[in-house]
Ligand binder design. Sequence first.
Ligand SMILES: *[C@@H]1O[C@H](CO)[C@@H](O)[C@H](O)[C@H]1NC(C)=O
Ligand SMILES: *[C@@H]1O[C@H](CO)[C@@H](O)[C@H](O)[C@H]1NC(C)=O
Ligand SMILES: *[C@@H]1O[C@H](CO)[C@@H](O)[C@H](O)[C@H]1NC(C)=O
Ligand SMILES: *[C@@H]1O[C@H](CO)[C@@H](O)[C@H](O)[C@H]1NC(C)=O
Length: 553
Amino acid sequence: MEAKTSVFLALAICSLFINLAQCSQLIYQSKWKLLKRSIGVSAMHMALLPNDKVIIFDRTDAGPSNLSLPQENCARVHHQSAHEATDCYAHSVEFNPANRDFRPLTISTDTWCSSGALSQDGVLIQSGGYDDGYKVVRYFKPCLDCDWIEEQNGLIVPRWYASNQVLPDGRIIVVGGRFQFNYEFIPKTSTNDKKLYQLPFLEETMHLPKVPNNLYPFLHLSTDGNLFIFANDRAILFDYVHNKVVTKFPVMPGGVSRNYPSTGSSALLPISLVGNNSSPSVEVLVCGGTFPDSNVKANAGIYMPASKSCGRLIITEKNPNWEMEEMPINRVMGDMILLPTGDVLIINGAASGTAGWAVAREPVLNPVLYKPNHEKTGRFELMNPTTIPRLYHSTAHLLSDGRVLVGGSNPNVNYNFTTLYPTELSLEAFYPPYLSTSSKSRPSINSIKPGVDLTYLQKFYLGFKTNYVPDKIYVTMVAPSFTTHSFAMNQRVLVLDFSQVGKNGNLSGSKGYINLEGFAPARPELAPPGYYLLFVVCDGIPSRGMWVRIKKL
Ligand SMILES: *[C@@H]1O[C@H](CO)[C@@H](O)[C@H](O)[C@H]1NC(C)=O
Ligand SMILES: *[C@@H]1O[C@H](CO)[C@@H](O)[C@H](O)[C@H]1NC(C)=O
Ligand SMILES: *[C@@H]1O[C@H](CO)[C@@H](O)[C@H](O)[C@H]1NC(C)=O
Ligand SMILES: *[C@@H]1O[C@H](CO)[C@@H](O)[C@H](O)[C@H]1NC(C)=O
């Protein structure tokens, strides 16, 4: 679509929600690119690996996909409906954003509404699902011809719609799932990992209009090592080691439900370690969702407007209160993706209805950028729209080059291309406004010394090039997420402490080369061990990300 036409459309759509004069000031430069018309599989789940490939998968019980498996890889499946059968369709792919190639991968147990995280060794560990996949833990190791490895009974209980988070000791906590008011740890290496731990908070926050409505709880690791857990409009700080609620936070005002099927989203705002701050404050953002009865109404054909509201809570304060604000557009099923700049992109979803089969309407085609450090009146910027609705079972993921990969959307039980919101097999890239400047004016990282393996508090040297003298420099570190159902699990941005070596960034003597003395985060509670993307951000423009790995000594 022509840029002019798309801006016009954006204005038209925007003005449905707010007045036109306000809208024309609100639309910022940004663009979309269709990367693939079809990868053959609808992208319900996405994870970025340290080799820059993206692992994408759907559920396996949706019938034929649009991608075949090589004959020798046909999977033996044991679905309730089919007892035992052979499935020669792929339900997972490995996508290479650099050249847009993809290859089919083999999964034989059902991954429907499952969860995951990247281990400290860079292996994607993925857990749960449905039916024969309820208790399966699956591993995907980044290498040339690797495929999924599936461990039956890797979980103690069935987990459908659970959430995962990497912990300071490198383990992964798996919380909840449908009618599972408990948590456990994977992979199971000690006797404590083989135990199931109760979590009554999940039962307390579950209301039953029709389905449990607090699924995929939002998890964030706080810098004191405790886990922030959010369900619907309640939140706790939780000590998962001693199975104890540390803090019960105030109820989020407004009566909006934020978890499946009311599906809002949540992200941890950037954690600043600048000034050698080892006890930074930690703030959580929760946006969108619907009123609790919206799903029941949508199933009866009444599509209620989604919520516009967002709340921020400083979880490291003694008695924090929610600070509420409003997005320019109502949104349910929006993905919140942290950008290398520390801004939050809110993308995908619908303006009415809820998550679930074919119960959302009014796809929201315009992403919104949220700038957490701006004055309250100027935090939201409306971005240019896509043309492709991304509703239930769509995803988004930050790429190392600073673009955001967007895919999926299948509110249908099977692959259906002849219905109101057809199964989406395409992948797009969203280019945030920082990519609208010429690539020459992007800073570029030349070197990280002594190397990309870092230990806690390690001093490192970062050499980068800019074609001008930047005013404001930040060094950020982004944890790659596992994204599904509008929640990017394990997502985290750290703003690193550094000092500039030499005056005016002039150490090397040659113009445009800058050397920084940076410091890795001090403790694993700030940044659990594992892979991160390191960016230098000059006056709001990030470099491409470089993979670094933080290890315990
Ligand atoms: C997927 O396959 C179906 C059935 O063969 C076909 O009608 C449809 O056009 C295909 N869709 C895409 C996006 O490739
Ligand atoms: C930063 O603080 C830590 C203690 O938290 C200390 O060990 C370290 O030396 C400090 N680093 C600098 C550069 O001041
Ligand atoms: C696709 O959806 C339409 C509308 O709900 C339905 O009538 C049709 O049977 C579906 N097709 C398939 C192949 O499931
Ligand atoms: C940068 O270094 C060059 C050569 O060492 C020197 O001539 C120049 O004055 C320096 N510029 C600044 C801004 O410090």
